[in-house]
Every structure is written in C-alpha cells, then in structure tokens.
Design a protein. Structure first.
Length: 303
C-alpha cells in the first residue's frame, strides 16, 4: 500500500541501484516515498515514510518512532516527524528506514492507545504497549516486503517513541536485533512544567517490567540537560531495566542546547552519538558485511 504517484514496482526498481551505501549522512539525496501501512485497526492505515539505501536488497530494516503528547488537539495537527539526521545515518549505512506515524497522531488518526491514564497513578507499561502495537504492525508489514530482510530489525525511537520501542522489544523476540532509545520515557513535563515528571518512581518500576522480558541489546542515550527525564531519572531507569534482566548500554551525553531532550535532532549532538550507535550496532551484530565499513568510516569522521 502506498501514497503518491510511484507504484510498488517503480519503487522496487528504484531500490535496485548498483552503488554501495554511503558512509556519512547525508552524502546523496535521499529518496522518500509515502506509504500507507496497515495498523491494528482495520481501515486506519499508518502514514509511513520509507527511505531506501543505495545498493541491492533485501536490506535490513530500521524503524524510527516519533514522540507524543497527552494533548489530543496537538496530536491531531502533528506532522510526520522528519528525523533527518538519524534517517540519513541509517540509510547511508545500508538500512531501509521506515518512519511510521502511529495511531492517534496526525494524518493517521484513529484511536490513541498510549494514554498513561492519570498523572498521579500512571500505567506506563500499558501506554508503552499501546505504542508497541503500532510499531509491531509496521515491522510485520514491512518485513513481508521483498526488499526488506525478515531479521536484523533495529527499532529506534525518541521520547514516547523510544519507550514504545522498548515495550515492543519486550514482546518481539523474532527478527528483532537491537533497540536504540533516544531520550525515552513517558510522563515528562507534567502539568506543562519542565523538570517535572508524573510519578517518576513508577517509570523506574515500569522499566524493570520491560527489562524482564527483553532479550535483545538496547542502547540508552540521554543528555545531561534533558528537561523531561533528567540524568538521575534516566540512569535509574536503565539500571532497573538492566537489573531485571535486560541488556542496557547507557550513555549520558553532555548538556546540549536549551534542552537536551531533542538530542536526536541536534547537529551538535550527532558527532557524539553516531560513533556510539555504530559501535553498539556492530557489537550487537546488527551491522555486518558491507555495513561494517560504513560504521568504521563514521567513527573516523565523527558522524
């Protein structure tokens, strides 16, 4: 299923390019295609941006997941997040990238499945699994396409999207290779106030619940001046996840801009996280063969 003038056949033909994937983001113009990907709700597909690499498929899949907001009116008008830096990085390392807009957001619409309930008594696990349902649906559909590998999937997310990716990993043992969490969590900026979180101890407890059933490596990246999940809270979350049996590599990056919560969008932050991501994916076995040379190049170039 797709949106736009290109047919699936034309899209697949565009993928069959003989040049190898480039190492640094972005070195070549990215080819973008809008698709409609089936969700868990019949008749409500997810608007999804697909970005293929150069080279011959099938390609490994990276699914990049956006944040969210508790405000319904804000969710209605939110556009599909571009994620220009991280999408370019993955495309140039040989991944086909998908950026789905989950249920309850923007043009996708449909029911919102990620409500934490109340700020005083939040259910962070249920909210994460609500996001995970959309993520899992996207992975299932995309890995059924002939140009996508069925294994070696990497989930990437920012904020609520990262929390949803962790929740998905706790339920998706087959085909998933690794998760990258940029500034992940829920309940931040409660009542509109920076550095205030809805029941932070519950978020730590929920991290342990997800860690109990997650068996793939996860990378946790936060900035010291994150006003949604401060350094102490993010480290407690990673420690709880790890203590419950999950594999969590935690990195606290220095303060970035006015709010480090946006580190995944920051060009200043990219030279800091890119070598960490490359090393993590190599160590987890998510980048193999020709992808290794790209990762090594990224380390040397700092991008």
């Amino acid at each position: 299923m797709r949106v736009g003038s290109l047919t699936l056949i034309a899209l697949l033909a565009a993928f069959q390019c003989d040049q190898p994937a480039s190492a640094g983001p972005p070195q070549v113009p990215l080819f973008r295609q809008d698709w409609l990907v089936p969700s868990t709700v019949p008749g409500v597909p997810m608007h999804t941006e697909i970005l293929p690499p150069q080279g011959r498929g099938p390609f490994p899949l990276a699914v990049i997941n956006h944040g969210s907001t508790a405000e319904a009116e804000q969710r209605k008008g939110v556009p599909l997040t571009a994620f220009e830096l991280i999408t370019s990085w993955f495309v140039n390392h040989g991944y086909v990238v998908a950026v789905p807009q989950r249920l309850g957001h923007g043009e996708t619409g449909g029911p919102y499945l990620e409500d934490i309930s109340s700020c005083d008594n939040p259910d962070y696990v249920a909210a994460g699994r609500g996001a995970a349902a959309s993520i899992q649906a996207a992975v299932q559909y995309l890995t059924s396409q002939p140009f996508v590998r069925k294994t070696g999937v990497v989930l990437v997310g920012h904020s609520a999207g990262a929390w949803g990716a962790l929740a998905a990993a706790s339920q998706m043992p087959h085909g998933l290779r690794a998760v990258i969490n940029f500034s992940g969590g829920l309940g931040g900026h409660s009542y509109g106030e920076p550095n205030r979180n809805c029941a932070p101890s519950r978020l730590v407890q929920a991290s342990a619940v997800l860690g109990q059933s997650t068996r793939v490596p996860t990378l946790w990246l936060y900035a010291a001046n994150d006003t949604y999940f401060d350094a102490a809270l993010s480290e407690k979350m990673a420690t709880a996840f790890r203590g419950a049996g999950g594999i969590a590599e935690y990195h606290l990056l220095p303060a970035l801009g006015s709010d480090g919560h946006s580190l995944v969008f920051s060009r200043e932050a990219m030279p800091l996280w890119a070598p960490i991501v490359a090393s993590f994916l190599q160590n987890s076995g998510a980048m193999t063969g020709s992808h290794l040379s790209g990762a090594d190049s990224a380390k040397k170039q700092g991008n």
